[in-house]
Every structure is written in C-alpha cells, then in structure tokens.
Design a protein around this ligand. Structure first.
Ligand code: HEC
Length: 101
C-alpha cells in the first residue's frame, strides 16, 4: 500500500517536472521557426521577451490569428499549436528568460 503511494508520488513529480521544461517545449514545437537570439522565420525569443508580457506570449501561442494585428503584424504565418497549459506556461517563462540577451 505504502509502496504504491510512493510510486504514484514519484511518477507525479516526474511528469510535472517534464511538463515544466520550457526548453523541451521550445525544441519540440518552436525551434523550426524561432531561435533564442537569432532571427529565424519568426522573431528571436530575446526580441519577444523585450516587448511582451507572460500573458501576451501565451495569448499569441493560443491564437495567433486573433492576436497578430494587435502585435503589429500585417498577417500571420505562425501555426496554431495545441499546447496544454503547462507547456504554454513553461515555454512563456523560457522565452522571458531571454530578456536582455
Ligand atoms: C510555422 C512557424 C512557427 C512556429 C512553429 C512557431 N512560430 Fe511563433 N511566430 C512565427 C512567425 C512567422 C511569427 C511572426 C508573426 C506571425 O507571423 O504571426 C511568430 C510570432 C510569435 C510571437 C509574437 C512575436 C512578437 O511580436 O512578440 C510569439 C510570442 C511566438 N511566435 C511564440 C511561439 C512559440 C512559443 C512557439 C512554439 C510553442 C512558436 N511561436 C512556434 C512562426 C512560428
């Protein structure tokens, strides 16, 4: 009984630690179009971090089509990515860690 509980706790912490890895989310979903400090197809994370908030970054990931005008773009070429809330928060923090870099 106790062992089962410990295994469950271990798995839960392992999974949440995985989900919170923003670098991994970036490498999986964003790297084809964004790089950390260099311009790729999309703007670099250092550039985004300079002008956007945690909330704005997440809103853009959820729905680029609804956000691109208010972000000053004439059109959007960014794909809509189906990230879960944990992945979105983790990658938003990862982007903001490039502020000033
Ligand atoms: C298919 C290519 C592509 C992928 C994949 C992609 N992006 Fe983008 N992204 C763009 C382009 C191009 C722009 C520039 C504006 C536009 O076209 O919407 C952009 C813009 C953004 C912006 C707004 C930039 C600003 O002006 O502040 C954010 C935030 C962003 N991307 C985050 C992400 C994150 C996080 C991921 C991965 C989870 C991701 N993008 C994946 C191409 C992409």
């Amino acid at each position: 009984m106790k062992t089962k509980l410990l295994i469950t706790l271990f798995l839960a912490s392992f999974l949440s630690a995985n989900e919170l890895d923003g670098k991994k989310v970036f490498e999986t979903y964003c790297w084809g179009c964004h790089h950390q400090t260099a311009v790729a197809f999309g703007p670099p994370f250092s550039e985004i971090a300079k002008k956007r908030s945690y909330e704005e970054i997440q809103a853009y990931i959820i729905d680029p089509k609804a956000m691109y005008k208010s972000f000053g773009y004439k059109r959007t070429a960014m794909t809509e990515l189906k990230l879960n809330e944990d992945e979105r928060e983790a990658v938003a923090k990862y982007i903001l860690s490039y502020k000033g870099k």
